[in-house]
Design a protein around this ligand. Sequence first.
Ligand SMILES: [Zn+2]
Length: 226
Amino acid sequence: MTAPTRTERGLHQEQRAQVAALHGELVRYALVTWTAGNVSERVPGEDLFVIKGSGVSYDGLSWEGITVCDLDGTVVDGVRRPSSDTAAHAYVYRHLPAVNGVVHTHSPYATAWSARGEAIPCVLTAMADEFGGPIPVGPFALIGDDSIGQGIVATLAGQRSPAVLMRNHGVFTIGDSARSAVKAAVMCEDVARTVHLARQLGEPLPIAQADIDSLYERYQNVYGQR
Ligand SMILES: [Zn+2]
């Protein structure tokens, strides 16, 4: 043990600046309140990830508000203590090698579904596109050890959805980059709100599984600029 655990060398400063900027999207889409919520991203080719500091304000968030951790959640570089959700992010990176980005929010509509322990049914084409089915509910888990991470990984196993509603808590999303995990968090809140509104007026109509499959396939493989 020779290396210091906390330095001010500015390791991976460029990636930390990018991840700091992505936090602005959580504010822009009203997914977070005060300092709650966080974005992390795996450092390519290294057993490290970068994550927002604990209790750090979104105002003027710069690379210095982002801390570098190893995959056990131990600080490698940074002037801020990492997010209290670091153990959950680290668990996801250790167990899902294809995941390069993780986002956590308490966005209000999605979190309201989580408070009822109810999965969001796939009743919108936009939801079939992005999530390929319902957005599932994960177990109730206390912060502080691997419980939240285990719940995320176990719930998302075998699901298309990149989002999970952790019961009585909020949203965790995964992606092949921090940006795609942020997009999933934005879309999760959007569909949570729309399906909630539909529920106020009656029972939303289901979409046939074959149509969900077809929409998901097209959106994931054909949609957008190639
Ligand atoms: Zn939380």
